[in-house]
Design a protein around this ligand. Structure first.
Ligand code: PEP
Ligand code: CO
Length: 449
């Protein structure tokens, strides 16, 4: 294999990459980015890898989630705070159900670039380049907006820095207090019917017990660690933010703690695999139904030659109808090969469909069902279910159908459909999924008599 460097991906075929019209302007922006402070510190990425190593050993559970695509326009305090809040709420429920610490990783502070199935978009006979995320071009259907503009990378960097600053403040400034997070869950349970009462009141009892024991005010109940992640798609940006660590000979991509490889860019000889193989961060690999067992094992040889616990999280995204067959063959093959990579479940991307009126949506029950199938296959193959990877928001949007509010297809057109890309679970659907998953995890850990 040839020698790796932060720019060695440039010698490989790169899919999904924009062509910038002005090379000089691009080079200037990349130079600026390379001189800016890193968004994360390499020690944090190493700490996340250690936590993920616990996930790999079955001693923790990974909750990864957030927007499909962050947006320049929807940037503000409420979005950041509400997305963090729902992740914290879900984490409490999952910790209880799974009896395990939950490692929290947001799709946040950098999740801007989107892979697209079609290069172009046609509306009323007019064809323009596809929208590729705010870090690349604009969503408006206009010639100028759709032109890739390198200045957008600077804006994405600054928005990521500001988002991270807010997240770090909220994580340690009192917002994450366990009792407060639980009280938000009680509000949700109150309006969702009696289905989740039992778990909520048992968490209540546990908190009362902790209070009585004098451990309710401890550091661990008031602070959380939230890590950041995004798809490593726009390689010039990722390269500019990659730095060699002074103390070691390792390189860290300092745009996020964890980076993942998309299902459309996981070619063994491609630029994205080349870039990710050389950075020392924990990485994810999206695995759709088209990946073969051998492809996956060869990918792991390249991305994780040392078979290091916590290095790779395999994120299955099959779709409810295909999940059982494909997860069984892939989970089976990594288990048989002695691979320690985590298996996580993205029940979103294989379950997207278009309604007759043209809305991209997902059905809540398909999402829940794919997670349940995943848990079943992991049990059958003798591995622990590593986690879930979700597209969700802390807002009351109307993008996915179903859930306890029983959102219908017709309602998608009545306002509240805000996503720039894929449909997200809204705050209530996300919490409901956490309760359903907690119930399923409890069933798994119940002693059999
Ligand atoms: C995504 O996670 O937003 C995404 C595009 O996923 P995938 O690569 O699995 O299609
Ligand atoms: Co998506």
């Amino acid at each position: 294999m040839t020698r790796w460097s932060p720019s060695s991906w440039r010698t490989k075929p790169a899919r999904q990459m924009p062509r910038y019209p002005d090379e000089g302007a691009l080079a200037k922006v990349l130079g600026q980015l390379a001189s800016y402070p890193p968004l994360i510190f390499s020690g944090e990425a190493r700490a996340l890898k250690a936590k993920l190593a616990n996930v790999a050993r079955g001693k923790a559970f990974l909750l990864q989630g957030g927007d499909c695509a962050e947006s320049f326009d929807q940037f503000g305090t409420a979005t950041i705070r509400d997305n963090l809040r729902v992740l914290l709420q879900m984490a409490v429920v999952l910790t209880f159900g799974g009896r395990l610490p939950v490692v929290k990783v947001g799709r946040v502070a950098g999740q801007f670039a989107k892979p697209r199935s079609d290069e172009v978009e046609t509306r009323d006979g007019v064809t323009l380049p596809a929208y590729r995320g705010d870090i690349i071009n604009g969503v408006d259907f206009e010639v100028m907006a759709r032109l890739p503009d390198p200045q957008r990378m600077l804006r994405a960097y600054l928005q990521s820095a500001s988002t991270l600053n807010m997240l770090r403040a909220l994580s340690s400034g009192g917002f994450a207090d366990l009792r407060q997070v639980h009280s938000w869950n009680v509000d949700f349970v109150g309006k969702s019917g009696s289905r989740y009462d039992a778990i909520a009141s048992r968490i209540d009892e546990s908190l009362a017990f902790m209070q009585a024991m004098g451990i309710a005010g401890h550091h661990e109940t008031k602070h959380v660690e939230l890590y950041t992640s995004h798809e490593a798609l726009l390689l010039p940006y990722e390269e500019a933010l990659t730095h060699a660590e002074e103390m070691s000979d390792e390189h860290y991509c300092c745009s996020a703690h964890m980076l993942w490889l998309g299902d459309r860019t996981r070619q063994l000889d491609g630029a994205h695999v080349e870039f990710l193989r050389g950075i020392a961060n924990p990485i994810g690999v999206k695995c759709g139904p088209s990946i073969g067992e051998d492809d996956l094992l060869r990918l792991l040889d390249v991305l994780d030659p040392k078979n290091e616990p916590g290095r790779v999280t395999l994120i299955g995204r099959m779709g409810v109808d295909k999940a059982e067959t494909h997860l069984r063959r892939l989970v089976g093959s990594t288990a048989k090969a002695g691979r320690v990579a985590i298996w996580s479940c993205d029940p979103m991307h294989g379950n997207t469909r278009k309604t007759a009126s043209g809305f991209k949506t997902r059905h809540f029950e398909d999402v829940v069902r794919e997670v349940e199938i995943f848990l079943g296959v992991c049990a059958e193959q003798g591995i622990s279910p590593g986690g879930v990877h979700l597209e969700l928001t802390g807002e009351h949007v109307v993008e996915c159908i179903g859930g306890h509010a029983d959102i219908t297809e017709e309602q998608l057109a009545s306002g509240g459909y805000e996503t720039l890309c894929d449909p997200r679970l809204n705050v209530d659907q996300a919490l409901e999924l956490a309760f359903r998953l907690a119930q399923a995890l409890e069933r798994l850990t119940e002693p059999t008599t």
